[in-house]
Design a binder for this molecule. Structure first.
Ligand SMILES: Cc1ncc(COP(=O)(O)O)c(C=O)c1O
Length: 402
């Protein structure tokens, strides 16, 4: 059996989505900007995909959705264009974000710091959540933008986006949220919250890779990141990726249709898996499960280094993930776990298991059995290393295994 439990990294493209995309590679392949019928033939499908996206997230206007190549582009677009529009060509100099954003936000912020921008990286609480009052206390009259993810890719923890949005509105500060890990897992209702920019990525909800979107409230001015052929009303140049746009529209519709019911089923499997795994001694799961995306578990097993565990799971045909990295001389801890206050040893042991609507009960049973055996195996190896080399640290020994 093969079990894929790394759905926060990427998901299988839904077969219905693959089927819907197919004609746009082989029959309806014209450039939508061409005036002839080969080009215009794809227009209804593009309009439909935009409708599917804006309906799924309850945006007020179809014009507020712009397709991009990925969420990394969407995040870069917001940060870099707010920099141009409000810092270089305005009177602001400050951006507020968190310590636990995706690298597409964090690295862009580091880049902007090199251009002279002041960036505040807010801490999260012991649940991995950024609290609204913390956001409020760091906004100044020089703040141009607050950028805070809707839900965490690592822990699944859900931030208080509604409250943060209200604070930004009250303070007159632009608010961006990376909703990549929220769509298809929890309701994303853009008319129910105040947010100016929201990033999406299709491959996280059973759509194709290489297509994303940016929601821009009321189509407000945001300088283009990509200049060129003036596609999408000049807001985002580049020939439209029609097959992927069609795929993203359908994937979003499927992922958000009957969301409550689908998520209740995923959550039941996730909770069962979690309940079984935490029966192991010295085991910790990050964050209250009621405030977590219903598919995610970030689990730590004291004394079992994350990379070793990943390697053992992989041998058992189970795909999972860890935020920690293992190099021969140096071990990096999971930075999100450190940010929530885990000690250094524990921060080397995080394993993320993320389910999807395609995960089966049999796969969960198989994972529970293999996981428990793997923990016993790795604990036995690490204690035998400890006996042989008592002066070395436990996690370093576990890593030396591979
Ligand atoms: C929270 C979050 N933001 C952004 C991204 C980047 O998405 P993409 O692969 O579409 O660039 C990811 C994917 O890893 C993510 O989990």
């Amino acid at each position: 059996m093969q079990v894929y439990l790394d759905n926060n990294a990427t998901t299988m493209c839904d077969p219905l989505v693959v089927e819907a995309m197919q004609p746009f590679f082989s029959e309806l392949y014209g450039n939508p900007n061409s005036l002839h019928k080969f080009g215009t033939a794809s227009h209804p499908a593009i309009t439909k995909a935009i409708d599917q996206v804006y309906t799924a997230i309850n945006a007020a206007d179809a014009d507020d959705i712009i397709f991009t190549s990925c969420a990394t582009e969407s995040n870069n677009w917001v940060l870099q264009s707010v920099f141009t529009d409000h810092i270089v060509n305005g009177d602001k100099n400050h951006i507020v974000t968190t310590e636990v954003e995706h690298p597409s936000v964090l690295s862009t912020c580091k880049f902007l710091e090199e251009q002279g921008v002041k960036v505040t990286y807010l801490p999260v609480n012991d649940q991995g959540i950024v609290e609204a009052h913390t956001v409020k206390s760091f906004i100044t009259e020089k703040t141009a933008l607050v950028s805070i993810m809707w839900a965490s890719n690592e822990t699944g923890m859900i931030n208080p986006i509604g409250e943060i949005g209200e604070i930004c509105k009250e303070k007159g500060v632009l608010f961006h949220s990376d909703a990549v890990q929220a769509v298809g897992k929890i309701p994303v209702d853009l008319q129910g919250v105040h947010v100016d920019f929201v990033s999406f990525s299709a491959h996280k909800f059973h759509g194709p890779k290489g297509i994303g979107a940016l929601y821009i409230k009321d189509s407000q001015a945001l300088s283009p990141l990509l200049h060129g052929g003036e596609q999408m009303d000049g807001r985002r140049s580049g020939t439209l990726n029609v097959p992927s746009i069609v795929g993203m529209g359908l994937a979003m519709e499927l992922a958000t249709k009957d969301l409550e019911n689908t998520m209740a089923k995923i959550r039941a499997k996730r909770d069962y898996l979690e309940d079984e795994l935490i029966k192991l001694s010295d085991t910790f799961v990050v964050g209250d499960r009621d405030n977590r995306t219903p598919n995610t578990i970030l689990i730590s097993i004291r004394g079992v280094e994350g990379e070793g565990m990943l390697w053992d799971l992989n041998n058992g045909q189970i795909g999972a993930s860890t935020g920690s990295a293992c190099a021969s001389a140096d071990l990096e801890a999971n930075t999100v776990m450190l940010a929530i206050g885990a000690d250094n040893e524990l921060a080397h042991t995080g394993i993320r298991l993320s389910l999807s609507r395609f995960t089966t009960d049999e796969e969960i049973e198989y994972t529970i059995n293999h996981f428990k055996e793997a923990v016993a195996r790795l604990r036995a190896i690490s204690s035998s290393f400890a006996k042989q080399a008592p002066t070395k640290g436990g996690e370093a020994q576990a890593c030396e295994m591979h």
